[in-house]
Structures are given as C-alpha cells and as structure tokens.
Write a protein that binds this ligand. Structure first.
Ligand SMILES: [Zn+2]
Ligand SMILES: [Zn+2]
Length: 492
C-alpha cells in the first residue's frame, strides 16, 4: 500500500471530511464566485489560509480542459467515470481504476507515473468527491486505453456500424484511432460490430428488454452472457437436442439419454427432482454436467408460462432451414426468388386447407384434447364446491383451478391446452373443453396468421434499374499448398 492509498484509507476510516492536497504542485481553489477562466493552476493561493471550497464539476467542460482538483464534486459515479475517460482520451493518459466499489474509487495512471486520485461517495447528496490527488505525471502519450470499452464504442459508433454492417475491422480501427486517439485491437472491433448488429436485430424484432418473450438458442459460448446484457428480461432456453449431443460426449448410453429427457420434459418440480436422481444413478458425471446449468435454461419444470409453449428445441427453425435447404445453395437472387415462391404457395395452401375444415380449434390441438380425454380415464375427482378440483389416480394427485386455468402438473399453465387432469375436472363440471383452450389455437387465429399474401415478383428483366451499382459475384481465391499455382474461382 503506498502513501496515497494509506492516507486515503485513513481518511475514509476516520470519516475525514476535508480535502487534502498532495504532490509538489500547489493547488489553489477558486471561491464559488470565481469563474473557471479566472482560476489559476499551479499558483500559490492569494489568501493567507487555503480555504477548500467544494467545486461542482461542470459537465460541459471540454475533455482536454478537465483539470482535477481536490474537493471537486461529481453528481454521480457515472459522471465521474465519463469525465475520467474523456480526459484520458484527450490527454493520452492511460488511467485505470485500482479500487472501484460502492463508496470509493482510486484512479491511477500507468505503472511508474505518480498520478493518483481518490474519490469518495458523499452520503449527504449522493455525489462523489475527489478527496486526495497527486496531479503529477511523468508518462508519455499512450494509445492503449482500457477505459474505451466495447459498450462505449457501441454507443458512439453503433448507428454508423448498423448503416454499414459490412464495415471492415481495419477501417474501424483506423477510425477509432483518428477520432478518439486510441488503439483498439481487432478482436475488440469485432465485438463492437457484433454487439451493434445484435442491437439492430433486437430493434427490428421490437424485443425491447425482452420482457414477455422467450428465446431458444443452442448452447453457444458467450451467447447467454450477451443475451443477459441485451435482453435482461427475456426467458432464455437452450435447445435440448444440442444439450443431448453434448451429453453424448460424457455418456453414450440410451439409459442416460432417456434419463436426461425425463428431467428436461418434467413439467413440475417433484418430477424434475426424481428424474435428476435417476440421471445421477446412471451417470454421475452427466448429472454433474447438467447441474452446472441453470435448470430454467433446459427443464420444463422451471420454464415460465407467458410464452404459452413448452417447446425445448429449435425444431421450428431447424425445420424451416431444411425446408429451404435446396434454395440455400442457389445464387443470391435465385435463392430469394425460390424462397419467396415457396412461402407464397405455402401461405395460401395453409389458408385454403383450414378454410375447408369446420372446427373451432385447429385439428392438431383437437387431437391433443382427445388424447387428454383418453388419459383421463381412471382418474377420481374431488370438488371443493367452487372452482378447485383435486384429481387423483395413477399414483399421483393434482389440483386444478378452472377459473385460473391452472393445474399443479403445470402442463396446462405451460401450453394453455387442458391436460388430462384438467380435462377430468372440466368433464366433472359438465363444461365444454373447447372453452378452456387458449384463443391462439383457434381456427380464427390460424386464419389471421396466414392472412398475409406475398406479392408476385416480376421476372428480373422487368425490374426498374434503380439499384445503383451492379452486384457482382463473390471472388473466392483458393489457397493451395506451397509450390502449386493458385487458381481464381468465381462462383456465379
Ligand atoms: Zn501519467
Ligand atoms: Zn395436469
């Protein structure tokens, strides 16, 4: 612990309130009447006794004009940190935070540079004040700056990157150096571009902070962290097919695979615990691996119910991908035309098919209801006289609430389609099961979903020439082994 840290700690411990002046340079403090222009730096105070006056930091001060003074007060931590970063970039001083917690911050310069600054939290006005300061520097301009973070760059350049998503990392690097006078490595530029573009996607999809939405992804490294940052409120599930293939690396047997599926598809806590015990019995390493993951990522027992789907796989997107597989190998315009034609046909076929069927809910959901009725045979039901039912049988007992449309097995809550227990209660109450299915499964909603029509695209020869530059095929240079002549391959 050096001199400054010791002093600052002492001050902090004793509740020391006054500013102290450090370093060889004399610092003088302007009285509140004096303007910034009149203020002189590195001159002895004119008054006999130094009077420390708290100076409120002016947010409009240009970065290069920021002068640290003991006693200076900042509105909040964010304002202070922004000032440090701005000054750091404008002066080429590689500031860094040695201490950064809820009540104090220590700023230092590069190793060997005497600059030190302690800033403390002030309880009274929840501001932050410079308590001790050594404003000397012996460092030289440094282009590396840790304070220029990915988030900061995204904030500054996000819009520009989104307008030009194919911007080159080298160009970004040059721009950062030119504008901000900092060296940003290629890996960081790549992160900045990625972050900016994912924000664009979130904007396009109107996901906001993700509240009320569910996202299913594969278990890509770093993806969960990025999603937590960008969509803090979203429910994030992992595709269980990917989890199973990962689990195969630990244990290939069918028993373990089935035990995993039991845990993943368990809809309530008791069933989940039982399945996990079973998995542990068959393979401890596999169970340990699964326990490392938050169960809300992969087990129905922990899924939220707002999205009205119990889906644990990316089946929908995988199916769509395989459906358009042939088109994906075509050149760009042919590919888009092919996908357009496929979707146009599909939409009207779906619309026509459902129109011919006389039903309230769509046929696949009707089948599920019929299955629930079949399963409900053998259940006994008790009624509390209002809307609560207890359904007993097959070694278990579940409570159903017809008013709230819930069952303690959670299947009804997750899917909004009555489970076998709910079906038993509905039949007992002599009501129509169709009244208890969510409106999203009705023919009416289905028709709305497929009500959009794709406009017919004219052949390429009829297109208006308003695109500007002609789009040329991608040039791919094949790298060959040493000693062999390289060939230029043009894919068209
Ligand atoms: Zn320095
Ligand atoms: Zn149930």
């Amino acid at each position: 612990m050096d001199e400054y840290e010791r002093q600052a700690n002492l001050e902090y411990d004793s509740g020391y309130d006054e500013c102290s002046v450090e370093g060889e340079m004399g610092l003088c403090y302007p009285s509140s009447e004096e303007s910034d222009e009149e203020y002189c730096y590195a001159q002895p105070p004119e008054k006999d006794k130094i009077k420390y006056v708290d100076e409120v930091f002016n947010e409009k001060t240009a970065a290069k004009d920021i002068i640290w003074r003991a006693g200076m007060v900042f509105a909040d931590k964010k304002q202070f940190k922004c000032a440090v970063r701005a000054s750091s970039m404008a002066t080429g001083r590689p500031y860094q935070y040695l201490v950064d917690d809820k009540i104090r911050i220590q700023v230092a310069c590069t190793t060997g540079c005497p600059f030190k600054m302690w800033v403390n939290y002030i309880k009274e006005n929840s501001g932050w004040q410079i308590k001790t300061l050594n404003n000397d520097h012996n460092c030289i301009w440094d282009y590396k700056n840790k304070l220029v973070t990915v988030m900061f760059l995204v904030e500054l350049y996000g819009d520009k990157i989104r307008k030009n998503p194919n911007c080159k990392l080298r160009e970004m690097q040059e721009e950062f150096k030119r504008d901000l006078k900092v060296d940003v490595c290629e890996a960081k530029c790549c992160k900045v571009r990625k972050q900016a573009l994912s924000e664009l996607l979130i904007e396009d999809l109107e996901l906001y902070d993700g509240a009320g939405k569910t996202l299913i992804s594969d278990q890509q490294k770093g993806l969960d962290k990025a999603i937590r940052e960008l969509l803090p409120e979203v429910e994030h599930r992992f595709c269980n097919r990917h989890l199973v293939s990962n689990l195969k690396k630990i244990n290939k047997t069918n028993i373990v695979r089935n035990a995993f599926w039991d845990a993943a598809t368990a809809t309530h806590l008791q069933a989940f615990k039982k399945a996990m015990k079973n998995l542990e019995r068959h393979s401890k390493p596999a169970a340990t691996k699964m326990k490392e993951l938050d169960p809300s990522w992969w087990s129905k027992a922990y899924f939220k119910t707002h999205s009205k789907t119990e889906s644990t796989e990316n089946n929908m997107s995988e199916c769509f991908n395989s459906w358009i597989m042939r088109a994906r190998y075509m050149p760009l315009i042919d590919m888009l035309t092919k996908i357009h034609d496929m979707l146009m046909t599909r939409l009207h076929e779906k619309r026509d098919t459902i129109q011919q069927i006389d039903c309230v809910v769509v046929p696949s959901i009707r089948r599920k209801l019929e299955e629930a009725v079949e399963e409900s045979v053998g259940y006994k039901v008790l009624w509390d006289g209002r809307e609560n039912y207890v359904v007993k049988g097959k070694g278990s007992s579940f409570s159903v609430n017809l008013q709230q449309k819930t069952c303690s097995c959670r299947v009804w809550d997750l899917t909004r389609i009555p489970c076998s227990h709910a079906m038993t209660a509905i039949q007992e109450s002599r009501q129509n099961p169709l009244d208890f299915v969510h409106s999203r499964y009705t023919k009416e909603t289905y028709m709305k979903t497929y009500s959009y029509m794709f406009e017919v695209i004219k052949r390429e020869e009829f297109w208006k020439d308003e695109m500007g530059d002609q789009v040329l095929p991608q040039v791919i240079v094949k790298k060959l082994k040493e000693g062999r002549v390289g060939r230029l391959c043009v894919y068209w």
